[in-house]
Design a protein around this ligand. Structure first.
Ligand code: AMP
Ligand code: MG
Length: 414
C-alpha cells in the first residue's frame, strides 16, 4: 500500500478517535480458571462466593486463660484444668472455679465465655509447664477477647465480582474462602517485532552503522506491565518478506502484534504493506507528538500495531493506544488505568501545532500542588528523558508552546 494524495490530505485522527477505532468491537478474552499463584493483577470474570465461614468457631484473640465471666467479678484464683492450643480441639469443659490455658486462635472450650490475657494474670508468659492455679487480676465481661464464629466471612458471602482486579488481599480472602483457583478473563498474548537493518540485539557488539534494539525489551516490559504475556518475534530486516514472515509467525500465537519502526513514508517503510498483506489497515496517522505515523489494523482476530521506530515515540504510543487495548482484552473496566494530576509547568515547551503533545516530565510536590519539570530533552529519540520521567504532561493540540506557569494535566506513568 503506498501513500495516496487522498490519505495525505485527510486530517489526522485525534487520540480519542483513534482509540475508539482500536477498541471498537473489542471484548475481554474468554474466561479461564487460574491458580491463586497466577491470579495477581488478573480481572475477575465471574462472581465467587465464600465456601467457608471464618472463623469456623469462636476462638481466642489472645494468649491467656479461658474463664467464666461470672467467676471474675473481683480478682480470684482459679484452678487450671488443661490447655487448648491453635490446631487443637477443646476437650476440657470450664466449670465454675476453673480456667483453661488458651493460645491465640484456639477454639473456646465449652463453659468459658471470656478470655483473660496472660498479662492480666500472675502466670509467666511463655512458660511451657501448665500452672496448677492462676490468679486473674482484672474483671472481664462475657465475650471479652473472643473472636466470634463468622465475624470475618460467612459461607455464601460474595468475595469477588466480575471486573474486580485481583490484589494480594483479594487473593488471600479467596484462599480463606476455600478457593485454590479463580475465574478470570484471559491474559492477552502480545508479540513484539522490531524492524530495521541497523538493529542488533541488546548487548551484542555493534558493527559500523549498528545500534542496539532498545524497543523490543522496552515494549516487552510495557506489555507485561499492562497485564499481557509477551514474546519477541525478533528483529526483521527492512524488507516486505522479512516483516511478513515475522507477522505470520506472530499470527499463530498472538492476540496483539506490536511492530516498531518502518511505518512512515520512507522507501524502506514496509510495515504497512506487510500488514495489508496479512490483514487490513484501519488507520495510520494520529495527531500526537511524539508518534504521528502509527499503523493500526487487524488480521482475523489479531490486532496489528505498527508503532513509530523512535524509542520514545514507540513507548509513548504504546502507553496511549496499546496499553488500553491490552487492558480491555484483559477485562479491565478502567481501560486507561492511570491517574491524571494537575500540575504547573516550570519550563517552556514548544511543539507542533495541530497535534496533542505528551511531554516527558518529573513531578514534584509544591505544598498541596504539583510542579512539572522537564525530564530532559524532548526529541523522540531521547530515551533517557523518558526513563527519568514519571509523567506525560498533555499539551493541547491548538498550542505551539506552553509557557512556564501554565497549568497542565499530567498522566502519571509510574
Ligand atoms: P524508522 O521509523 O524505522 O525510520 O525508525 C525511526 C528511528 O527509530 C530510526 O532512527 C531507527 O534507527 C530508530 N529505531 C527503529 N527501531 C528501533 C529499535 N527497535 N530500537 C532502537 N531504535 C529504533
Ligand atoms: Mg527503520
Amino acid at each position: 500500500m503506498s501513500t495516496t494524495i487522498e490519505q495525505m490530505a485527510r486530517p489526522l485522527l485525534s487520540v480519542e478517535e483513534a482509540r475508539a477505532q482500536m477498541l471498537d468491537g473489542l471484548e475481554p478474552l474468554p474466561a479461564e480458571n487460574v491458580s491463586l499463584e497466577e491470579a495477581l493483577g488478573r480481572v475477575g470474570a465471574a462472581e465467587v462466593t465464600s465456601l467457608t465461614t471464618l472463623p469456623p468457631w469462636d476462638n481466642s484473640a489472645m494468649d491467656g486463660f479461658a474463664i467464666r465471666s461470672d467467676d471474675v467479678r473481683q480478682p480470684v484464683t482459679l484452678q487450671v484444668i488443661g490447655e487448648v492450643a491453635a490446631g487443637g480441639v477443646a476437650d476440657v469443659t470450664v466449670e465454675p472455679g476453673t480456667a483453661a490455658r488458651i493460645l491465640t486462635g484456639a477454639p473456646m472450650p465449652p463453659g468459658a465465655d471470656a478470655v483473660a490475657p496472660v498479662e492480666d494474670t500472675d502466670a509467666e508468659p511463655g512458660v511451657a509447664e501448665l500452672p496448677v492455679r492462676v490468679e486473674i487480676r482484672s474483671t472481664f465481661n462475657a465475650g471479652a477477647h473472643i473472636r466470634r464464629a463468622g465475624s470475618d466471612l460467612r459461607a455464601g458471602q460474595v468475595l469477588l465480582r466480575p471486573g474486580d482486579v485481583l490484589s494480594p488481599a483479594a487473593i488471600s480472602v479467596a484462599a480463606a474462602g476455600g478457593h485454590a483457583a479463580l475465574p478470570v478473563y484471559g491474559k492477552p498474548k502480545v508479540a513484539i517485532l522490531a524492524t530495521g537493518d541497523e538493529l542488533v540485539a541488546a548487548g551484542a557488539t555493534l558493527g559500523p552503522a549498528q545500534i542496539p534494539d532498545s524497543n523490543t525489551p522496552g515494549l516487552m516490559a510495557a506489555a507485561r506491565d499492562a497485564g499481557a504475556e509477551a514474546r519477541s518475534l525478533g528483529i526483521a530486516r527492512d524488507t516486505f518478506e522479512s516483516v511478513r514472515d515475522a507477522l505470520d509467525r506472530g499470527l499463530e500465537w498472538a492476540d496483539v502484534i506490536v511492530a516498531s519502526g518502518g511505518v512512515s513514508v520512507g522507501a524502506h517503510d514496509v510495515v504497512k504493506d506487510a500488514f495489508a498483506a496479512v490483514g487490513r489497515i484501519d488507520l495510520w496517522r494520529i495527531a500526537v507528538q511524539p508518534g504521528k505515523p502509527l499503523a493500526f489494523g487487524r488480521a482475523g482476530k489479531t490486532l496489528l500495531f505498527g508503532l513509530p521506530g523512535n524509542p520514545v515515540s514507540s513507548l509513548v504510543t504504546f502507553e496511549l493506544f496499546v496499553r488500553p487495548v491490552i487492558r480491555c482484552l484483559a477485562g479491565h473496566q478502567d481501560i486507561i488505568g492511570r491517574e491524571l494530576v494537575r500540575a504547573t509547568l516550570t519550563e517552556r515547551v514548544r511543539k507542533a501545532p495541530g497535534r496533542r503533545g505528551f511531554v516527558r516530565v518529573r513531578l514534584k510536590r509544591d505544598g498541596d500542588a504539583w510542579l512539572a519539570d522537564l525530564a530532559g530533552g524532548q526529541e523522540s529519540h531521547m530515551l533517557a528523558a523518558l526513563a527519568a520521567a514519571d509523567g506525560l504532561a498533555i499539551i493541547p493540540e491548538a498550542l505551539d508552546e506552553a509557557a512556564p506557569g501554565s497549568a497542565v494535566d499530567v498522566i502519571r506513568i509510574r
